[in-house]
Design a binder for this molecule. Structure first.
Ligand SMILES: [Zn+2]
Length: 178
């Protein structure tokens, strides 16, 4: 199996650890290789860099002799926010109790406060994305107001949704009122 970068491999390892419920950590990380180990049994993984900078799995003890754990410090608010981003985009007001049950059902963890922080983080990411998507429109409005004095530009957003854009250029305004 090949990975494009250390970051990609790291993410794959933490996804694996969280989704499968094992306490797996990256234990070695240098220019030549990356190693991950299970903190509770002999499971491990070695990756080496190839000539083209990709990483390839060189050896792996595949089966754990330890048992699945139902809490994992790696299942952080950031991780959960990213994992459930689409779900929360569709349902930003999802009740915490439902969100908690969803996490329990899908990845098996009991989370309490982390759940609220994860939802908050996801909302921040979603709103941030929308704000940056609208930034071109804000700039356009500002530019028209500046270069076409007297024009009215109004943009309405009810976060995270775009509601409308009202444009009345100065020349049209004058013509209409004359
Ligand atoms: Zn293990």
């Amino acid at each position: 199996m090949l990975f494009a970068s250390k970051k990609e491999l790291r993410e794959a390892i933490s996804h694996y650890a969280i989704n499968e419920g094992y306490k797996v950590k990256v234990t070695k990380n240098d220019r030549k290789r990356m190693q991950a180990m299970c903190m509770k049994c002999k499971w491990n993984l070695w990756d080496s860099f190839m000539a083209d900078e990709t990483l390839q799995i060189k050896s792996m003890i595949e089966t754990h002799t330890c048992s699945r754990s139902y809490s994992n410090p790696q299942a952080t608010a950031s991780f959960l926010a990213k994992k459930y981003l689409d779900r929360l985009r569709d349902e930003p007001k999802m009740r915490l109790r439902l969100f908690q049950a969803l996490i329990k059902r899908e990845i098996g963890y009991e989370v309490s406060q982390t759940c609220g922080r994860a939802r908050q983080k996801a909302i921040e990411i979603i709103e941030g994305t929308y704000a940056s998507q609208y930034s071109k429109l804000w700039e356009y409005c500002a530019e028209v107001r500046e270069t076409n004095v007297g024009s009215i530009m109004m943009m309405k957003i009810e976060a995270p949704y775009f509601q409308g854009l009202y444009v009345c250029l100065d020349a049209c305004k004058k013509r209409l009122s004359s």
